[in-house]
Design a protein around this ligand. Structure first.
Ligand code: SF4
Length: 343
């Protein structure tokens, strides 16, 4: 079987081929996150060469394990979905097409970047967190820290979290569970959202170490956090005078919070505000353009959307905890990031 070679990642595509052959599957679909789509054809080639299965590729965006393709591909009668790049969300029971999750594991060395981060760490008790790509490196990082007399702590998350120490942009339960036992957090991974979420959720200092760029961040994160809080404060102030609200829910299995949408609608109606529930699959600003009568959108979908993409929306888009501030049920000092926690 041809080896899949993607610089910086190990993706165990052999595992998918073995399953397809063992089960005699004939039609499979690949679901790949944006960053890896450039390798989709290579992955499909390998599967088709090693098995009898025709491989379709989902071209829709895929942001997380919350996004199972059950409804969308039902009529295509696929035998298997191969979901690449995320760990499953254990709590989500998949009633549809069987889905095989294959992680895209980072092959970058971590020792150097962890050593770079060490002088920035506060205290000796260090909470360790990371994303799916680096989860297999946590024990090694723990050992490196122990050798330098740090006391690393790795938390167990709720039922939406597959591995100890793993965080999602919508779930920081592995960190909150150890918040009171650590002095600061070390996050291993790329991008700003996860370490910022970690800061906002735990209220502790976070040092981010990125094995892909071999860089570490601390002060920059604090500045970014302040910037985001200013943006969120502005969105809240802007929404205070809103008369008509739209509560957005997605049909994506792992992001769908219809009960929360009903609760929010009742809450708004009680305060004599009009509220409508809008249903979408992928949330985007263009899909909402026609709803010009709406003054404020409340997203119950992926909590990252309101924070990361707010500039794309013409009207303010806020999270459920931010609405609580508008309705006087929470103070600004009690600001929290929206999370999708285990039911
Ligand atoms: S809801 Fe958002 S942050 Fe959570 S798993 Fe899905 S895409 Fe990731």
């Amino acid at each position: 079987m041809n080896k899949l070679r993607i610089p910086g990642y190990h993706i165990d595509i052999e595992k998918a081929a073995q399953l397809i052959n063992r089960k005699g599957y004939k039609k499979v679909m690949l679901q790949i996150p944006e960053g890896l789509k450039t390798h989709a054809s290579k992955i499909a080639d390998i599967i088709e060469k090693a098995t009898q299965a025709t491989t379709l590729i989902s071209a829709d965006p895929c942001f997380g394990a919350c996004d199972l393709l059950n409804h969308e591909i039902h009529s295509l009668n696929m035998d298997l979905i191969i979901h690449i790049g995320h760990l499953p969300i254990p709590e989500i029971k998949n009633p549809g097409t069987p889905t095989l999750f294959i992680n895209a594991k980072s092959t970058r060395p971590i020792k150097n970047v962890v050593e770079k981060a060490m002088p920035l760490l506060e205290g000796k008790k260090i909470g360790l967190t990371t994303t799916a790509q680096h989860i297999h490196t946590l024990n090694k990082i723990k050992k490196i820290l122990l050798e330098k007399n740090f006391k690393p702590v790795i938390g167990t998350g709720d039922k939406r979290i597959a591995e100890k120490g793993q965080i999602l942009g919508c779930n920081f339960s592995t960190a909150t569970v150890i918040r009171d036992k650590v002095d600061s957090f070390l996050f291993i991974g790329s991008g700003n959202f996860h370490p910022l979420g970690l800061m906002l959720t735990t209220k502790k200092t976070v040092i981010a170490a990125d094995p892909y760029t071999n860089t570490v961040k601390k002060e920059e994160l604090k500045m970014l956090k302040d910037k985001i809080l200013r943006q969120r404060y502005a969105a809240i102030i802007q929404s205070k005078e809103a008369k008509q609200f739209a509560i957005l829910i997605t049909t994506k299995t792992g992001q769908q919070r219809i009960e929360l949408a009903y609760t929010i609608k009742k809450m708004l109606n009680k305060q004599n505000k009009k509220a409508y529930i809008l249903v979408l699959d992928n949330l985007s600003s263009t899909k909402l353009q026609g709803f010009s009568q709406i003054d404020c959108f409340i997203s119950t979908a992926c909590p990252r959307i309101a924070i990361d993409d707010h500039m794309q929306y013409k009207k303010p888009i806020i999270t459920p905890p931010e609405l609580e501030i508008i309705l006087g049920k929470r103070t600004w000092d009690e600001y929290i990031l929206d999370q999708i926690l285990s039911k």
